[in-house]
Design a protein around this ligand. Structure first.
Ligand code: AMP
Length: 304
C-alpha cells in the first residue's frame, strides 16, 4: 500500500548541547517520507523555494519516494530555527520563516489520489481537509497537529479530526486539545472527536497507544548518544504508518508492532543532526533494534 504525506520540507538551523547545524534538511514531510520509505512507497506533497538544491533532494533519491508532488515556488524555502535545553527535553523556537510555505496550497497529483494511507502533517487544519477532499477514500487517515492550531483554530481542527482515523500528538497537546490533565480521560475525550486511535508521544518516555480494543505502552530505547531530537516525532509517524502500509491487515497486534517500528526509527534519527543517521541505516539495523525493544520490555515467561 502506498502512503501520501503532506507537510513541510524545510531548512533547519538547530542548536543542541552537542553543537550546531546550519540550514540542514528538515521538515515534517522529509523525516516522515524517509522513515516510511523503509517499508512502503511514499508520495510526497510539499513546497520548496528556488534555493532548494539537488544536494537536498539526494536524501529522497534512490528510495521509493515520489517527488512529483513537491512543488518548487519562487522564493525561499521554509526555515525553522530551534535551540534545545541541556537535557534535550525542551526546545525554544528561535525563528520561523514561513517563506514559500506561507502560501502553500496542497495540490494532489492525479497519480497520488488512490494512496491507501494518508498522513496529514502539521499544517493548517483547513488545508488538511482540502487534502482529504482531493483523495479517494483512503484506508487510513492519520494526522499530526500542534498547540498553534489547537488554540488558534479550534473549530477548524475539530472539523478535520472528525475525518481522521489516527491522531498522533504529544502529551501536552493531548491535554490542551481535550482540556483533561489525566491522559486516560484525555484519550477518551479525543477519541470521541473522531480518531478511533490516539497515539500520544512522550519524547524520551515513549509512546502510549489508545485504541478501540486496548491501551498499549512502549518505552523509548535508552540511548547513549543523543545529538539532535529534531524530527523524532515525524520519524516515529513515518515508521508507524510505513509499517502499517506494508501489512495486509491493520489490527490491534499490527498497531502495536507499528508503534515499536516507529520508536525504532525515531531512535536512529536522534543520533545525528538532520536526517543524517536516518538516511544511512540498513534494514538489518532496524531489525536488530526491534529485537532490542523486545528484550527491553520482556519481563515474564510465565502467566501469573
Ligand atoms: P519534530 O521535532 O518531529 O516536532 O519536527 C521538527 C520539524 O518540524 C523540523 O524539521 C521543522 O522544520 C518542522 N517545523 C517546525 N515548525 C513548523 C511549522 N510551524 N510548520 C511546519 N513544520 C514545522
Amino acid at each position: 500500500m502506498s502512503i501520501l504525506v503532506v507537510g513541510s520540507v524545510a531548512y533547519d538551523t538547530v542548536e543542541t548541547p552537542s553543537g550546531r547545524a546550519e540550514r540542514v534538511l528538515g521538515g515534517s514531510a522529509s523525516f516522515f517520507a524517509v522513515a516510511a520509505s523503509y517499508f512502503a512507497p511514499v508520495n510526497l506533497v510539499g513546497v520548496v523555494g528556488d534555493d532548494f538544491g539537488e544536494k537536498q533532494l539526494e536524501a529522497f533519491r534512490g528510495r521509493p519516494i515520489d517527488l512529483a508532488g513537491l512543488e518548487r515556488a519562487a522564493g525561499k524555502t521554509f526555515h525553522w530555527q530551534g535551540r534545545y535545553s541541556q537535557d534535550l527535553n525542551s526546545r525554544d523556537t528561535i525563528r520561523t520563516d514561513l517563506n514559500v510555505f506561507e502560501f502553500f496550497q496542497p495540490k494532489i497529483p492525479a497519480a497520488y489520489r488512490h494512496s491507501e494511507l494518508v498522513f496529514l502533517g502539521n499544517i493548517d487544519p483547513l488545508l488538511q481537509r482540502e487534502v482529504l477532499a482531493q483523495v479517494e477514500k483512503p484506508r487510513v487517515v492519520a494526522c499530526d497537529t500542534m498547540n498553534y492550531w489547537i488554540t488558534g483554530k479550534p473549530a477548524e481542527l475539530r472539523e478535520t479530526l472528525a475525518k481522521v482515523d489516527v491522531l498522533l500528538i504529544n502529551d501536552q497537546e493531548a491535554r490542551e486539545l481535550s482540556g483533561e490533565w489525566n491522559l486516560v480521560k484525555a484519550a477518551r475525550a479525543i477519541r470521541r472527536m473522531g480518531p478511533e486511535t490516539l497515539v500520544v508521544k512522550k519524547g524520551e518516555h515513549g509512546v502510549l497507544l489508545f485504541g478501540h480494543e486496548s491501551c498499549f505502552a512502549a518505552p523509548a530505547l535508552p540511548l547513549e548518544t543523543v545529538i539532535d531530537p529534531t524530527g523524532a516525532g515525524d520519524t516515529f509517524a513515518g515508521g508507524f504508518l510505513g509499517y502499517l502500509a506494508s501489512r495486509q491487515d491493520i489490527n490491534d497486534r499490527e498497531m502495536r508492532r507499528a508503534i515499536v517500528f516507529g520508536s525504532v526509527l525515531a531512535s536512529f534519527t536522534v543520533e545525528k543532526f538532520s536526517l543524517d543517521r536516518l538516511r544511512e541505516i540498513t534494514l538489518r539495523e532496524v531489525q536488530e533494534r526491534y529485537q532490542d525493544f523486545r528484550a527491553l520490555t520482556h519481563f515474564d515467561d510465565h502467566e501469573a
